[in-house]
Write a protein that binds this ligand. Structure first.
Ligand code: ADP
Ligand code: MG
Length: 363
């Protein structure tokens, strides 16, 4: 069993926040894992997470700590998930994508996604010659409880299904096979451009939808033809801010409630997983939690990345993000190696793995 890892990233104050004179930060740094948070009543509390990335953190550090171990495990058929959580403007997309996915020239600014793309192919290069790899990418957006395929706009209401062979999957979702990092980046760019187009047509901003990226890494041993598959989910969640604060009306309000439904379902799943009475886990209450079922309390190594503004303007949203993170830290997952054959090799691999998990060989 392994706990869900929870990291916090605090972005620098924005120009607007500086203009408002909100330079009084509500977070006081202690060390790499802890800080003191001061709320609007000047009350202080200490929060501790697996890692805190402060204002001066760089994209490469976040990738190295949060994403690289997950990609490495996925190359060994252990599923991984990274969820970016936080209010709109807190830095989720900056962390996941970087400032501009359509222009990746500034390599230091690149976020987790393009670095994952690069890392997958670096691992393939370094793998031994008996391994053959197949890399697939899918991208969907969950908006108003509908799953839209970002790689095929005609698929705008996909369903989540489950079977023994595949586990939980999005039925009919486009899976693009890629052979190079460049190709992978191009497909990511196309998908993200589709997201932007869809967003204006639906009068929705990306802040009100969840964006899910799925990398599948399938590995075949050319000698014994044994096969193993690792999946990596990267999720840029909708803004976690409360509806009332956005002043939404009419369609916007129903939209906001619907999005809250998905995020509150995520909260409910986390509460059920961490409750001592072992209550029913309501994964089926939303598309988001259903897709993430294996990532929450299941077969995945999962990291929640809570993004926060350091400004005292946002104390209540920041506090709610930090509480969400603290709660999620208690979830225990059971990452396993996904195998189809080659049990002996996998047993050895598992012994080497840091997890004390069981074997899920489908022989
Ligand atoms: P979200 O996706 O959570 O709504 P964004 O990632 O779009 O928020 O970030 C909001 C703004 O703050 C953007 O202009 C972004 O460039 C900036 N920003 C966020 N995080 C950082 C950071 N770590 N360093 C510099 N700028 C950041
Ligand atoms: Mg965003």
């Amino acid at each position: 069993m392994s706990n869900v890892a929870v990291c916090v990233r605090i972005r620098p104050l924005s120009e607007k926040e500086v203009q408002y004179g909100s330079i009084v930060p509500c977070i006081r740094r202690s060390d790499q894992e802890s800080f003191t948070f001061k709320d609007d009543k000047e009350e202080e509390s200490v929060f501790t997470f697996d890692r805190v990335f402060y204002e001066d953190s760089i994209q490469a550090d976040v990738f190295e700590f949060v994403a690289k171990p997950i990609v490495k495990d996925a190359m060994n058929a252990i599923n991984g998930t990274i969820l970016a959580y936080g209010q709109t403007g807190a830095g989720k997309t900056h962390t996941m994508e970087g400032p501009n996915m359509q222009n990746l020239d500034d390599s230091s600014a690149k976020g987790i996604l393009p670095r994952v793309a690069q890392c997958i192919f670096e691992f393939i290069q370094a793998a031994d010659e008996t391994s053959e790899f197949l890399i697939k990418l899918s991208m969907v957006e969950i908006y108003m409880e509908k799953i839209r395929d970002l790689l095929d706009a005609t698929k705008n209401n996909l369903q989540v299904k489950e079977n023994r062979a595949k586990g939980i999957f999005i039925a009919g979702v486009t899976e693009r096979y890629v052979q190079t990092e460049k190709e992978l980046l191009q497909i990511l760019q196309v998908g993200l451009a589709n997201r932007a187009v869809g967003a204006t047509q639906m009068n929705a901003e990306s802040s009100r939808s969840h964006c899910v990226f799925l990398f599948t890494i399938q590995q075949t041993n050319s000698e014994d033809r044994s096969m193993k598959t690792g999946k990596v989910y990267l999720v840029d969640l909708a803004g976690s801010e409360k509806v009332e604060r956005t002043g939404a009306e009419g369609k916007l309000l129903s939209e906001a409630k619907m999005i809250n439904k998905s995020l509150s379902a995520l909260g409910n799943v986390i509460n059920a997983l961490t409750s001592e009475t072992g209550s029913h886990v309501p994964y089926r209450d939303s598309k988001l939690t259903r897709i993430l079922q294996e990532s929450l309390g299941g077969n995945s190594r999962t990291t929640l990345l809570c993004c926060c503004s350091p400004s005292s303007l946002h104390v209540s949203e920041t506090l709610s993000t930090l509480r969400f993170g603290s709660r999620a830290k208690q979830i225990r997952n059971k990452p396993k190696v996904n195998a189809e054959r080659g049990r002996h090799e996998l047993e050895q691999l598992l012994q080497k793995s840091e997890y004390e998990s069981g074997l899920d060989a489908e022989t």
